[in-house]
Write a protein that binds this ligand. Structure first.
Ligand SMILES: [Zn+2]
Length: 71
């Protein structure tokens, strides 16, 4: 399972299109930590690709839009 798929599951979306539509209307995007053992999620800017993970204390958060390759 990719981080994007994991994020969809955690956020309760059934597919990427649904998530992207929500991001566009909200101007925030769910983001997930990309470290292998961490699935911390938070809402971040849609273009965030190195957000701070509260769990890992590293800049490893990527937004759904970045993971989906939209930005
Ligand atoms: Zn993390």
């Amino acid at each position: 399972m990719t981080k994007l798929q994991k994020l969809l599951e955690i956020e309760g979306y059934t597919n990427v299109t649904e998530l992207l539509a929500a991001c566009i209307t909200d101007s925030v995007s769910p983001a997930i930590c990309c470290n292998p053992d961490c699935n911390y999620t938070a809402e971040m800017e849609p273009d965030q690709d190195r957000g701070f993970c509260e769990e890992c204390r590293t800049n490893s958060m990527k937004s759904a839009l970045v993971l989906a390759g939209v930005i």
